[in-house]
Write a protein that binds this ligand. Structure first.
Ligand SMILES: O=C(O)[C@H]1NCC[C@@H]1O
Length: 378
């Protein structure tokens, strides 16, 4: 026997689409939610999310049902989630609720009263220190949901990420969000033209830089191995990216943040190549965490790139670079100022992009489900 709402929808022939639409609306109005919305038993956990993407890269924003984290700063909350609730990260990021390239975040109080909110990022391996695509998405959401007082023009949001304070600007024109840009934390170069031997690839030349997270930057055009930075070549990109990441992690002992040991690790490898789209300056394909490929041009990754290009004198202050991703989505990037950061001459990068809401989820977790905490197939 069909459930009542299916019977009602399909009992007449559906010839007149206008009538059909109206019927759906009436039906949904008439049906008490009980008929189509699953009510989880009391011992099941329920977590609500709003799902988004920035340039194709997903962001699952956890908005309700997550246990409250203990701490008084974003880094303390990050330690708390790591130690106590990592099973919920895998539950929400891994299959069957997510996938190998899923990305998420959870919102928290800011580090001090001056901030709007804090944020922790999560992915298939753990918790990153910075995420530009998530900053663009969450700023969009904050404006869409009126978590901030939205006015025409630039709306400033102060977000405390694990790497520090990020300032984002949501531009609103005629009551519509047109774009979001953010000023990243001080970003700096650790080394240019380093080399590492990688099995199957030979000697790989890379730059090491920080843009809220540490990346090894591999310009394909400077290297001997061939790698086509297109989606058709997705698996080879992951394979090569992870090989280089592991080799650099073993070889390079300088992946140390000047102030915070929690930030001192290599997050990913960024392949740089020629753009395929006219009017774009460069292509950026980031392999991060446990072999995730960023669908966006990687906000933290292009921040580190701004430091590299500035150090090489390839860009001047406020000069804009358009960088595309593997999906051809674009971030517009520049350096807004020079600053000193610990022992480093650093820059403040600005990154601009757009994000969209894709849906809302109420996830339920059945304690009897043997796969309740997720799994990944690649
Ligand atoms: O845009 C970014 O910075 C992020 N996107 C996924 C990997 C990075 O954390």
């Amino acid at each position: 026997m069909y459930p009542e709402f299916v019977q009602l929808l399909y009992c007449d022939s559906v010839v007149n689409f206008a009538a059909f639409d109206k019927k759906c609306v009436d039906l949904l109005r008439r049906l008490d939610e009980g008929n189509i919305i699953f009510k989880a038993p009391k011992d099941w956990m329920e977590i609500k999310t709003i799902d988004m993407h920035t340039g194709g890269e997903p962001l699952r924003v956890i908005v309700d049902g997550f246990p409250s984290l203990k701490g008084s700063s974003v880094l303390e909350y990050r330690r708390c989630i790591k130690e106590n609730y990592d099973y919920l990260r895998t539950t929400l990021m891994f299959e069957p609720r997510g996938h190998a390239d899923m990305y998420g975040c959870i919102l928290l109080p800011p580090n001090d009263d001056d901030g709007d909110f804090g944020i922790i990022f999560m992915h298939n391996e753990g918790y990153s220190t910075m995420c530009g695509h998530a900053i663009i998405a969450i700023s969009t959401l904050a404006a869409e949901m009126k978590w901030i007082n939205v006015k025409e023009g630039d709306n400033v949001i102060k977000i405390d990420a694990p790497c520090g304070r990020i300032i984002s600007y949501v531009n609103v024109e005629n009551e519509k969000i047109t774009d979001v840009r953010f000023s990243c934390v001080p970003s700096f170069v650790i080394g240019l033209d380093r080399t590492v031997n990688v099995e199957g690839l030979g000697e790989v030349i890379y730059d090491l830089a920080y843009g809220g997270a540490f990346y090894a930057y591999v310009d394909i055009r400077k290297n001997q191995f061939q790698l086509d930075l297109t989606s058709e070549n997705y698996r080879t990109i992951i394979e090569n990216g992870m090989k280089i990441k592991h080799a650099v992690m073993i070889k390079d002992k300088e992946i140390v943040h000047p102030y915070e040991s929690d930030l001192s690790f290599l997050y990913g490898v960024i392949f740089i190549g020629n753009p395929v789209t006219e009017g774009i300056d460069s292509r950026n394909v980031c392999v991060f965490a446990e072999g995730e490929v960023d669908r966006s041009p990687t906000g933290s990754g292009v921040s580190g790139r701004m430091a590299i290009h500035y150090a090489r004198k390839e860009i001047s202050l406020r000069e804009k670079m358009r960088i595309e991703s593997i999906t051809k989505s674009v971030f517009i990037c520049s350096v807004s100022e020079e600053v000193n950061y610990g022992p480093y001459s650093a820059v403040i990068p600005q990154v601009e992009g757009t994000a969209h809401i894709t849906g809302m989820n109420t996830f339920v977790i059945d304690p009897k489900d043997p796969m309740k905490n997720g799994f990944i197939l690649r």
